[in-house]
Structures are given as C-alpha cells and as structure tokens.
Design a protein around this ligand. Structure first.
Ligand SMILES: C[S@@+](CC[C@H](N)C(=O)[O-])C[C@H]1O[C@@H](n2cnc3c(N)ncnc32)[C@H](O)[C@@H]1O
Length: 225
C-alpha cells in the first residue's frame, strides 16, 4: 500500500495510507497525541501509582518510532530504566524516516541521534539505546504474540478498528491481558464502544478518559491485582 508523509496540526509529520484514509497518528497533532495518550495517560499515570525505578513497556506497532523516542526521552528526564519491547510486522523505510521531523521538535542536539539509533539497531535482541532505555524490536504479527505477566504498561497503537477490526477483538485483548503483570495498564487512542466491551470481556477494568486534541475520549484498561 502506498504511504506518504503529511504534516499534522501541531507541525509534526506522520505517515498516511491514502487507500485506507488512515494515518499513523492523529492529523490533529502527531506529537500531541503521543504525549497525551501514551505518556500522560499511560506512563505518567503508572508512575504516579507505582514508585518503580525500572519498568517494562510493550508497544503494539513501532511504526515511525515516535512513541519509543518520546519514552526514551522521558526515561532520561525521570532517571528511570525502561525496557521497551516494540512489535512491528511492516517496518517503516529509511527514506520515510528521514522525512519525519521528530528529533528537531522534541530533542536537544545531544539527543537528536537517538531517533536514528532506535531504527538502526538490530531486531530480535535487546539494544541499549541510552543508560536508561533498552529496546527490543520484534518483527512479528500481533496475532502471534504469547507473553505471560511480563509488562507493566502496553501502548496499544494498531491502526484503527475501522480498517483493522481483527486487531481490536477479545482474542487480541486477552493476549494483552496475559502479557501484563497484575496492576498493569494498557492505553489506546480508540474510545469505540466495541473496543471497550472487548477489553471488559477479558477482565480489564476500563476507564474512558479525555482524548487528545481533536478526539473526545480515549481508553485506559487496568489488569486487576
Ligand atoms: C498506528 S501505526 C503505529 C504508530 C506508531 N506507534 C508510531 O509511533 O509511529 C500501526 C502500526 O502497526 C503495524 N501493523 C499493522 N498491522 C500489524 C500486524 N498485524 N502485526 C504487526 N504490526 C502491524 C503497522 O505497520 C504500523 O506501523
């Protein structure tokens, strides 16, 4: 499918799949969405509840690496160690990555190269990106994942249920539920009723929260203790 680079409302770029009329991020602001959904409602929320020095994050859909990059920068600010595992079946190409403006918008001069490092490191092995951020990239289909009680936080960032309904099912959320430790948290930008019910049906406690700019609501699911 043809992918092109577009500029979103906050000035940050994203990738668009024209055929699907679907983007890797919100057209109302890629960086604003990532910071709101995954950092504010996910990472910050988890760290407010749990005073940990080290944690494990699973990302469903590495894509452009924006969420991984912002999380690596947060790990520096907080002096926290994050083990980050990112799943991706269709890696973004080098010439697409070179058109994304996240390093100049988000990082200082010393940190800008982290974005490239995230993409350059090898797949299937843990890579130390900074002293605070270890990244394992896994090139695999979401439907093949079988993790048990490994992660504190899941960033569920698949394409939307309109275009990939098979990724928003009870079966998929059962895999996420199993992947999380007790009290683990999953965040996603979708607020669809069927998604919320799929999460609840596998045992998650689900909250509807204020969404990022341009979106009324989002969802946060917590695995009971
Ligand atoms: C919404 S984008 C992810 C955006 C990403 N988190 C970012 O910050 O750029 C969804 C991602 O899921 C990947 N994907 C789609 N279907 C998949 C599948 N069945 N298994 C694994 N990855 C898939 C896509 O290639 C895409 O990179």
């Amino acid at each position: 499918m043809k992918r092109s680079i577009i500029t979103t409302s906050d000035g940050s770029k994203t990738i668009q799949i024209g055929e699907w009329n679907e983007q890797y991020h919100s057209i109302h602001g890629a960086i604003q969405e990532a910071k709101h959904v995954f950092i504010k409602m996910g990472l910050n929320h988890f760290l407010e509840l749990h005073k940990v020095k080290s944690m494990r994050v699973l990302e469903m859909g590495l894509g452009t690496g924006l969420n991984a990059f912002i999380t690596a920068l947060e790990a520096e600010i907080r002096n926290l160690h994050i083990h980050y595992e990112a799943i991706e079946a269709f890696p973004v190409l080098k010439h697409e990555l070179s058109q994304l403006n996240y390093p100049s918008l988000l990082a200082n001069k010393n940190q800008e190269s982290l974005f490239e490092t995230i993409h350059d490191v090898s797949w299937a092995t843990p890579n130390s990106i900074t002293t605070n951020f270890t990244l394992t990239k896994v090139q695999q289909y979401f439907s093949k994942l079988e993790y048990f009680s490994l992660f504190d936080l899941v960033y569920f960032d698949a394409f939307g249920p309109r275009v990939q309904p098979d990724l928003w099912t009870p079966d998929m959320f059962r895999r996420m539920f199993n992947a999380l430790k007790p009290r683990g948290v999953l965040v996603t930008y979708s607020a669809k009723g069927s998604v919320r019910r799929a999460m609840q049906s596998v045992g998650f406690f689900v909250e509807r929260l204020e969404g990022p700019p341009g979106k009324r609501e989002m969802l946060r699911a917590t695995k009971p203790a």
